[in-house]
Each structure stands twice: as structure tokens, then as C-alpha cells.
Design a binder for this molecule. Structure first.
Ligand code: HEM
Length: 178
């Protein structure tokens, strides 16, 4: 829904920054801590528990964000004066949501293939020696790398708007009126 408003509403702003923090935290911890911890390490179960719960929260927040975007007032797309860059901006936003869903979906797929819900939350059985034998785990690794790259492009675009186009884009994604 697009109207005369020139900024995102406060629910969207809150969802945006909460999702951004959680996704960045999960990408960094998943890459540099979780995947480096051997499955035989006793700390692995606890790490997986946290990772799977936060992953579920991110999935939920993403679905709520997509629905809220459809049903609430939206500002028009920001413009740079260059049609190709503007198209890239819109494509980046759509791809960010899609890729986040794919990351969460492939994480859940890995958990299903490895029987993790029972092991991690039910105390039944034990972890497999390695997750890399599962196709969903391979997809999860690739999607997370792509998400890192897309977030970098998204941040570069925001900085370009703020400091080169000088359209005060950041104020659209912060709390306030008018
Ligand atoms: C949507 C947010 C999520 C993000 C950003 C995320 C991020 C990551 C990252 C960066 C890795 C390491 C990838 C690598 O270095 O190859 C990883 C591994 C993993 N993730 Fe996720 N993940 C998410 C959701 C989930 C969910 C919902 C589950 C399961 C319910 C899950 C289960 C796993 C498992 C089992 C691993 C393998 C750990 C290992 O190899 O030791 N993830 N995740």
C-alpha cells in the first residue's frame, strides 16, 4: 500500500533494526563460532539450541515484515536520479527478504535431515559426526554467503543515498514524524 507518507512506519522501523541485528549476529556467530565447533564438543548442543531458536525468530520476523509491508502505508521508492541504480535498489530489497527465507528454510531443512529437533530439544539420540553430508546444510552455507554479500550491497546503497545523493535516507528508517 503506497500513500503520501515519506517514511516507514514505526512498526517497520522496529522490525527492520531488530531483524538487522539478529541476522548479522547469526551470520557472524554461525560462520565463526557454530560451524567451527566440532559436533563431538559438549558445547555444540547448547550452541545449536540458540542458533535454531534465533533462526526461528528471524523467520517469524521476516514473514511479519513482508505482511506488514503489504498492509501498511508505504513511502514511495527512494530515487537516486539513475534508473538502473533505482532498479538495483528495489531488486536488492526483494532479494534480501527472499534470501533470508531461503537461509531459514535451508536451516530448518538441515535440522530435519539430521533429526535435530529430537536431539537438541528432546535429548533423544546424538548429533551426527558432521552436517556436511546433508544437501540442505550445503545450501544453508551457500545462502548465508550470498546473504552476507547482499547485506554489503544494501549497506553500500544506503551510504550512497545518505552521503552522495544526500537525501537523508536514514531518517526514513528511524522513529519520528513527518
Ligand atoms: C535465518 C537465520 C539464520 C542465519 C542467518 C543462519 C546462519 C548460519 C551460518 C552463517 C552458518 C554457518 C554456515 C557456514 O559457515 O557454512 C549456519 C549453520 C547452521 N545453521 Fe543456520 N542460520 C539461520 C537459521 C537457521 C535455522 C532456522 C536452523 C535450524 C532450525 C539452522 C541450523 C543450522 C545448522 C544445523 C548449521 C550447521 C552448523 C555446523 O555446521 O556445525 N540455521 N547458520
Amino acid at each position: 500500500m503506497t500513500t503520501s507518507t515519506n517514511r516507514y512506519n514505526s512498526i517497520q522501523v522496529a522490525l527492520h533494526w531488530l531483524s538487522a541485528l539478529l541476522i548479522l549476529f547469526m551470520l557472524v556467530m554461525g560462520t565463526f563460532a557454530l560451524s567451527k565447533l566440532p559436533n563431538a564438543d559438549p558445547a555444540k548442543l547448547m550452541a545449536l539450541r540458540g542458533h535454531m531458536m534465533f533462526g526461528g525468530v528471524i523467520l517469524l520476523l521476516t514473514i511479519i515484515r513482508i505482511i506488514w509491508r503489504k498492509i501498511s502505508e508505504q513511502p514511495p521508492h527512494a530515487t537516486t536520479g539513475n534508473a538502473a541504480l533505482d532498479k538495483l535498489g528495489v531488486a536488492t530489497h526483494v532479494s534480501l527478504n527472499l534470501l533470508t527465507l531461503l537461509v531459514a528454510g535451508s536451516g530448518i531443512g538441515t535440522a530435519m535431515q539430521a533429526g535435530l529437533p529430537g536431539v537438541v530439544f528432546g535429548g533423544e539420540g546424538s548429533l551426527p559426526p558432521d552436517f556436511s553430508i546433508y544437501s540442505a546444510r550445503i545450501a544453508h552455507g551457500i545462502f548465508t554467503k550470498l546473504l552476507f554479500a547482499l547485506i554489503a550491497l544494501h549497506v553500500a546503497g544506503a551510504i550512497y543515498h545518505q552521503f552522495v545523493v544526500k537525501d537523508r535516507l536514514f531518517s526514513r528508517v528511524w522513529f519520528g514524524r513527518g
